[in-house]
Design a protein around this ligand. Sequence first.
Ligand SMILES: Nc1ncnc2c1ncn2[C@@H]1O[C@H](COP(=O)(O)OS(=O)(=O)O)[C@@H](OP(=O)(O)O)[C@H]1O
Length: 311
Amino acid sequence: MWTSKVSRFLQVAILIVATVHLTGMVLVKFGKFHIHPVDTQVDNSSAIHRLPECIVIGVRKGGTRALLDMINLHSQVKIAKAEVHFFDIETNFHLGLEWYKSQMPKTMPGELAIEKSPSYFVTESVPQRIFAMNPQILLLLVLRDPVTRLISDYTQIMYNHLERGRTFKSFEELVFFPNKSVNTGYEAVAKSIYVQYIHRWMHFFPKNQIHIVNGDRLIHQPWHELRKVEQFLGLPLQIEKNDFFFNSTKGFHCLKKKTSSNPELHCLTKSKGRAHPNITDETKTRLRKFYAQFNYDLYNVVDRDFGWPEE
Ligand SMILES: Nc1ncnc2c1ncn2[C@@H]1O[C@H](COP(=O)(O)OS(=O)(=O)O)[C@@H](OP(=O)(O)O)[C@H]1O
C-alpha cells in the first residue's frame, strides 16, 4: 500500500517535469521564448569585436541597406553601421583582419555580427578572400528585377552629378549604342547580368551558404523575406509583419525598432527610394529582352525562378 503510493507520487512527478521540459523546448523552437544573453543577467562588458558570421555581399541597389536594417530588428543580430569595403578596396584589405574585426559591432557569444558592402558581389577578388577568412561563412545576396536595378543605379549616379552641379547624360545615351544595341561596357548595365558574377561565388561556396533575398518582395512584403533570412541564419523566428509600417509618403515600409517600451520609428534615409526618371516602355522592353537569356541562365544556376518580366 505504502510503496504503491510512493510509486504513484513518483509517476506524477516525472510526468510534470517532462511536460514542463517539453513545453519549454517547443516554445524555444518556435521562437516564442528566447534564451538570449541580453535577456539574462550577463555582464555586457564581455561584448567584443568579432569577425562577421554573415555578410551581405550585394547587389548594389538591390535593397542591401533595407535588408541590413531589417535583420537588425532581431535581438541576436548586431550590424556594422557603415559599409566596410574590406575585401574590395585594396587599401582597406591591406590593413588586415584585425582592422576588419575592429570595424564590426561588439557582440556577445550567441550574437551575430553582419556587415554589408554591395560591391563585393561584382568584384573579382572578393569570393576567394572571404573564403580564405572563413569557408563556412553565410552570404546574403539581394537581387531584384535587373531593369529596375539598372534604372536605380543610373538614378543614384545622376543625383550624385546633379548635386555637384554637373550635367549628366540621358539614360538612353549611356545604356544604348547609337545603333540601339545594349552597351554592356556601361558598368550599370553589366552589374545587372547577375549570372556572370554568381559563378565566381559558387566556385568557392556551396549553394546552402548563399541565400538570395528577393529584392522586389523585400519592398512589398519585407516580413516574408526576413522570415527566410532568420531561418537561413539559424535564428529563432522573431521578426513579424507588425515590426513594419507602410509610409505612404515615402512609398516604402519603415521599421518599428524595439529599443524601448515605445518603439522607435525608422525609415531609410532620403537617398533610398527616390523618384526614378521617366524611362519609356519601349526602352524597358528592349532591356528586358536583352536580360531575358541571362536571367534564365541565373535561374538554372541557382535553381530558382524569379519571374522577372521578359518584355
Ligand atoms: N524599406 C525600404 N525603404 C527604402 N528603400 C528600400 C526599402 N526596401 C527596399 N528598398 C530599395 O533599396 C534600394 C537601394 O538599395 P541599396 O540599399 O542596396 O543601395 S546601395 O547599393 O547601398 O546604394 C532603393 O532603390 P531606389 O528606389 O532606386 O532608391 C529601394 O528601392
